[in-house]
Design a protein around this ligand. Structure first.
Ligand code: CTP
Ligand code: MG
Length: 228
């Protein structure tokens, strides 16, 4: 099935506070967005939609063309919205007519290995309508009340942390977005709310989301240590 990847990169990066919208902050001489796109183009997709702040569409196109090499014609750049979900919707509206399956990927997960893309695509090809990469939760988790008091322990063995790229049949994701009555922090939550089964494949610790300054430092160290 014809595959598109929507890379959401339209967030402002409030928690990172890196002097530019997060996807445009540098890891080495390349931006977070550039690194994320290198993983995306390894997939390999038939279309790549990059969703960015309106004012940075030109910069994004330059970055994306550079990461795409000889496949620059696959790139579409669109302006995002106020929430991640709105940015995903903007990306979906730019899909070519023949696209049947869609991966939605956070630019902030810049170092996601190609093997994670492969596992998600493999599950879609095996017939799943919705698939997410997930990793075990390593911390002990507590349920707390508004006053910060521990209410209950939560059995960690029942939990998994969701990563991206998340993969969907296009019709399933479009219908779930059209029916959405609330904002969800990921696409799988939206599709699950619409009544679909979501399967998991193994994620990867290196697919962590660059959210805070220590995350950025970790990503920079990994990029600097990587063999070229
Ligand atoms: N995102 C987006 N549009 C938004 C909000 C988020 O495209 N309106 C994207 C971000 O660019 C990021 C991914 O969704 O690649 C995950 O979001 P998050 O890590 O929360 O990034 P930000 O929203 O930019 O960061 P913060 O929440 O700290 O402001
Ligand atoms: Mg955010």
């Amino acid at each position: 099935p014809t595959l598109a990847v929507i890379v959401v990169a339209a967030g402002s990066g409030t928690r990172l506070n890196g002097g530019a919208p997060k996807a445009f902050v540098g890891l080495d001489e390349r931006s977070i967005l550039h690194h994320a796109l290198r993983g995306v183009f390894a997939a390999p997709p038939a279309q790549v939609v990059v969703v960015v702040p309106d004012s940075l569409r030109g910069d994004a196109l330059t970055d994306a063309r550079d990461a795409a090499g000889d496949r620059a014609e696959l790139i579409t750049v669109v302006a995002g919205g106020a929430t991640r979900q709105e940015s995903v919707a903007a990306g979906l509206s730019a899909l070519w007519a023949d696209v049947e399956t869609v991966l939605v990927h956070d630019a902030a997960r810049a170092l996601t290995p190609p093997a994670v893309f492969d596992r998600v695509i493999g599950a879609l090809e095996a017939g799943a309508a919705a698939v997410i990469p997930a990793v075990p939760v390593v911390d002990t988790i507590k349920r707390v009340d508004g006053g910060g008091r521990v209410v209950a322990a939560v059995d960690r063995s029942e939990l998994a942390a969701a990563q991206t790229p998340q993969g969907f049949r296009r019709d399933v994701l479009e219908a779930a977005l059209a029916a959405a009555d609330a904002d969800h922090t990921d696409d799988a939550a939206l599709v699950a709310a619409a009544g679909h089964d979501v399967v998991t494949v193994e994620g990867d610790a290196v697919a962590f989301k660059i959210t805070t300054v220590p995350d950025l430092e970790r990503a920079r160290a990994l990029v600097g240590a990587a063999p070229s």
